[in-house]
Design a protein around this ligand. Structure first.
Ligand SMILES: Nc1nc2c(ncn2[C@@H]2O[C@H](COP(=O)(O)OP(=O)(O)OP(=O)(O)O)[C@@H](O)[C@H]2O)c(=O)[nH]1
Ligand SMILES: [Mg+2]
Length: 330
């Protein structure tokens, strides 16, 4: 059974509609990976999260080190959820540091995480610009318990990108895992040799149904998976003013004194301040939050909004997208 070297699925030449199809079994890639790599074409495959949970349970039955890869812009409300399935030692790897403004200090984020969670270690990296990869390798070498080290995390967190970089920088193995801005790129586990005593295992990403990417048009895939440093946008906001964010999110400032909202969202998304009498996007599902001083409003999958003082806001957004308040992270 030959597997696709890009996404790990078993290759087949019988049904073009099924995953793993290739017209020629001599090929190393399935047709989907071939298209993603050569033409940047994106076609999603809907995987069952049960498959993913089974993979995690299998990992949990080993004693191997796990790297939990998380997109730094999209940290979940509760990172401990992963522990429901994994009893292994876990290093938390916050990836895509390159998209945060350079002024944001790693120490601040790391202490924020360490105050709340008890991972074996926490590290901030960027596979895009090789940031902290030497440090990551030294942590892997120090903490691994056997030969195998698993990379897990949500879809699009950058697991395969990170593994490509590690293998190319630190081993003689040739590898080119498929990477793309669409959800669910990697479809099966893929085991890759770094050295005789170290194998890295890529896994398919879990799809969080509460991530906004599931509810936006495909044109947003590339915009959300940006490789440009975010330029935070700050708005001075008075009561009865609203922000229209893209064509999918509206935030009303309902109560409170003059406030400041700073948006850490991909640059490609347009933001407009309007009077709350404006009717745009009011057809979306609505909820309200009471703000405390120094809160981030997280719109899961999009980024977050740093808000300075207390007050009350109303949010119009697809009902299935997760939003939550946290203490300012940066
Ligand atoms: N800016 C930035 N983008 C990154 C980085 N690493 C990965 N990406 C982008 O994130 C998107 C997803 O990358 P993948 O490596 O396919 O993510 P994955 O976690 O393997 O995704 P699945 O296979 O679906 O689970 C792609 O658009 C990558 O270019 C990074 O360090 N910085
Ligand atoms: Mg992948």
């Amino acid at each position: 059974m030959k597997k696709c070297m890009g996404c790990g699925v078993v290759l087949q030449n019988e049904n073009i509609l099924n995953i793993g199809f290739t017209p020629n079994l001599e090929m190393d890639l399935c047709m989907r990976c071939f298209k993603v790599k050569n033409y940047g074409e994106t076609s999603s495959v809907a995987k069952n999260n049960e498959d993913y949970i089974n993979i995690l349970k299998n990992i949990s039955s080993t004693n191997d080190l796990v790297l939990y890869i998380v997109d730094i812009l999209n940290i979940k409300e509760d990172l401990n959820e992963i522990r429901e399935y994994l009893r292994n030692n876990i290093i938390l790897v916050l990836n895509k540091k390159d998209i945060l403004p350079k002024s944001v200090k790693d120490e601040k984020i790391i202490s924020y995480i360490k105050e709340r969670y008890d991972f074996l270690d926490v590290i901030i990296v960027s596979s895009l610009n090789n940031y902290n990869l030497d440090l990551l390798m030294s942590k892997i070498n120090r903490c691994k318990t056997g030969k195998n080290v698993y990379f897990v995390g949500e879809t699009n967190a950058g697991k395969s990108s990170l593994i490509n970089k590690i293998i190319n920088n630190y081993s003689d193995t040739q590898v080119d895992l498929t990477v793309s801005s669409m959800p669910e790129t990697t479809l099966e586990k893929i085991k890759i040799k770094v050295r005789d005593d170290l194998y890295i295992i890529d896994t398919p990403g879990i799809v969080d149904k509460e991530n906004i990417i599931n509810y936006l048009d495909k044109k947003y895939y590339k915009i959300l998976n940006t490789n440009k440093e975010i330029k935070p946008k700050t708005f001075q906001i008075y009561r009865n003013q609203s922000l229209l964010i893209g064509d999918f999110l509206r935030i009303d400032y309902i109560e409170g004194d003059k406030n400041s909202f700073t948006l850490y969202i991909p640059n490609g998304i347009k933001v407009k301040k309007v009077n709350s009498r404006h009717n745009s996007l009011k057809e979306l599902s609505y909820k309200e939050y009471d703000l405390n001083f120094h809160n981030d409003l997280v719109i899961y999958g999009l980024g977050f909004i740093k808000i300075v003082i207390n007050g009350r806001i109303g949010i119009y957004l697809d009902k299935d997208v997760k939003t939550f308040l946290r203490k300012n992270m940066i």
